[in-house]
Design a protein around this ligand. Structure first.
Ligand SMILES: [Zn+2]
Ligand SMILES: [Zn+2]
Ligand SMILES: [Zn+2]
Length: 113
């Protein structure tokens, strides 16, 4: 399985091989960009704050905030929910995720749920 993101509407889906172009809410059909293999690393883009699960660092692809994504690895997927006190994002990890880059300023401030 790989992660794909539409360059136009920014939807991210997991697919085995290139997804169908289908219908893009931004007009005509989706334009998929491959972001790499789905895996156990939780990564967040520093610019658009999108989170994906990837095997190692995802590809740079196309970032809605300009040019390419800048991924930061936050954690390995686990069973415990951690929420950032500032931006409220929740990720599943066995231990506290890395601080990374929080959209609300500076770094994420994680607490166990
Ligand atoms: Zn689209
Ligand atoms: Zn991005
Ligand atoms: Zn945060």
């Amino acid at each position: 399985m790989e992660n794909y993101q539409c360059k136009k509407c920014n939807e991210i889906i997991q697919s085995e091989g290139t997804p169908r172009s289908g219908h893009c809410p931004e007009g005509q059909s989706h334009e998929w960009r491959e972001l790499g293999e789905v895996g156990s690393d939780v990564c967040q883009c520093k610019k658009c704050h999108e989170i994906i699960q990837s095997e190692g660092s995802p590809r740079s692809g196309h970032c809605p905030e300009g040019q390419s994504h800048e991924w930061r690895e936050l954690a390995e997927v686990g069973d415990t929910n951690y929420q950032c006190k500032k931006c409220a994002v929740v990720i599943k990890s066995d231990r506290a995720p890395r601080s990374g880059h929080c959209p609300e300023g500076m770094s994420h401030d994680w607490r166990k749920l």
